[in-house]
Design a protein around this ligand. Structure first.
Ligand code: SF4
Ligand code: SF4
Length: 385
């Protein structure tokens, strides 16, 4: 077992279980990935679900209906990138919905293979599916909420996948996630092939590899699917709906009502925060959490599917956590805690080859008694998935 720890958290921060819908942005911005092919141009009128960009097997579709008004640079959580700007016409016109709608009972394996491939999931030669509904970051409940809101659809689709691919199914939920556990318990009796795995509140068990290790499952036989990805898969299979929206947690100690928002992909945070009330003064905004996230400018960031949370933190809280940085004591705590067994003290060394194994989990900075900041977010390499 890894040396995983339970993080200390401020228990007064509670996320409301009411979802705020922010689904009428004036504009959305869709990043143009490097080496991808643009399928539209300025002036094109688009409908929801219309292909915009093609990169290999990946087809990025429009989350709104409207007109392409320009190609412009935007900032995302991963940095600056060219994007397609679409002006919303608010008609919500969708391209013809897939015939798959209503057909889940009779769906064929060949069709499912193709759909799953769109979402980078392959169940052929697998023995297990693990639905990963775990949020590692404190004050973030995004993955948990996909399950909480969609458990009836999720169970129906998982049951079908289990039947067609002859795989066992587990749903991994954090022990602290009482609301989902209670709901699932009521339903699971109907699905004898699906089991609930209650995972201890240890940091990083939401990481796919560490989760499998914890469950004693082999990577080669198991497909781990994040709840956020399964939301789009089950929407497509059950409703013929392509990706248009996503959930994001907005919480922290400087916002009156921490909550989950449902937002169109590509909305700017500036538009989102026009609808969010109760922000305190002197806030620092962190994208993707306290441990592995980074400071963001909410007036200048576009939502992409790799943005899962925004923490609104009191400036003094963040300054307190970082201000005391002193000389390294050579205590070795950072090396000892690293879940992938690398040396965080060497992360800044250009020649340190192992640094690409870094998960950017933040445990080394968290554990350091003199608050050394390792700046792992600048490192190229794997993320928490
Ligand atoms: S951020 Fe990287 S170096 Fe630090 S503990 Fe996590 S994996 Fe190890
Ligand atoms: S935990 Fe901090 S003080 Fe200890 S060895 Fe690592 S950087 Fe130095």
């Amino acid at each position: 077992m890894e040396k995983l720890i339970e993080l200390s958290v401020d228990s007064s921060i509670r996320v409301s279980n009411k979802v705020i819908n922010i689904n009428k942005p004036e504009y959305v911005y869709i990043p143009i990935l490097p080496s991808s092919k643009l399928l539209v141009k300025k002036g094109t009128n688009v409908k929801i679900g219309m292909p915009l960009i093609n990169k290999g097997n990946d087809i990025i579709t429009s989350p709104i209906s409207g007109e392409i008004t320009s190609i412009k640079k935007v900032i995302t959580i991963k940095g600056e990138i060219d994007s397609i700007e679409i002006k919303n016409d608010f008609t919500e016109v969708t391209i013809k919905e897939s015939k798959l709608k209503k057909n889940i009972l009779n769906i064929k394996k060949e069709v499912l293979d193709k759909i799953l491939d769109l979402f980078k999931v392959n169940l052929n030669n697998k023995k297990e599916i693990v639905l990963n509904c775990i949020d590692d970051e404190p004050y973030t409940l995004t993955e948990s909420f996909y399950l909480f809101l969609e458990y009836a659809n999720f169970l129906e689709v998982l049951d079908k996948l289990s039947d067609i691919y002859k795989v066992n199914v587990s749903i991994a939920v954090k022990a602290s996630n009482n609301f989902s556990i209670n709901e699932l318990m009521n339903y699971l009796g109907m699905y004898s092939n699906i089991k609930l795995e209650i995972i201890p509140n240890l940091y990083l068990l939401g990481n796919n590899k560490l989760l499998l290790k914890h469950l004693g499952l082999e990577e080669i036989n198991t497909e781990v699917i994040k709840a956020s990805n399964f939301y789009h898969i089950s929407n497509f299979i059950k409703k013929g709906r392509l990706k248009t929206d996503q959930l994001i947690t907005i919480s922290g100690n400087n916002i009156a009502k921490p909550s989950i928002i449902r937002v169109k992909i590509g909305t700017s945070l500036k538009e989102v925060f026009k609808n969010i009330k109760g922000l305190g003064n002197d806030s620092i905004f962190l994208g993707n959490g306290l441990m592995s996230g980074k400071e963001i400018d909410i007036n200048n960031l576009v939502i992409t599917n790799d943005l899962t949370s925004i923490l609104v933190m009191k400036k003094e809280t963040i300054e307190k956590a970082y201000k005391k940085e002193e000389k390294c004591l050579n205590c070795g705590a950072c090396i000892d805690i690293c879940p992938v067994g690398i040396n965080p003290l060497l992360l800044k060394d250009k020649n340190y080859k192992e640094k690409n194994k870094c998960l950017k989990c933040g445990l080394c900075s968290y554990i350091c008694p003199v608050y050394i900041n390792f700046n792992y977010s600048d490192i190229e390499g794997d993320n928490n998935d």
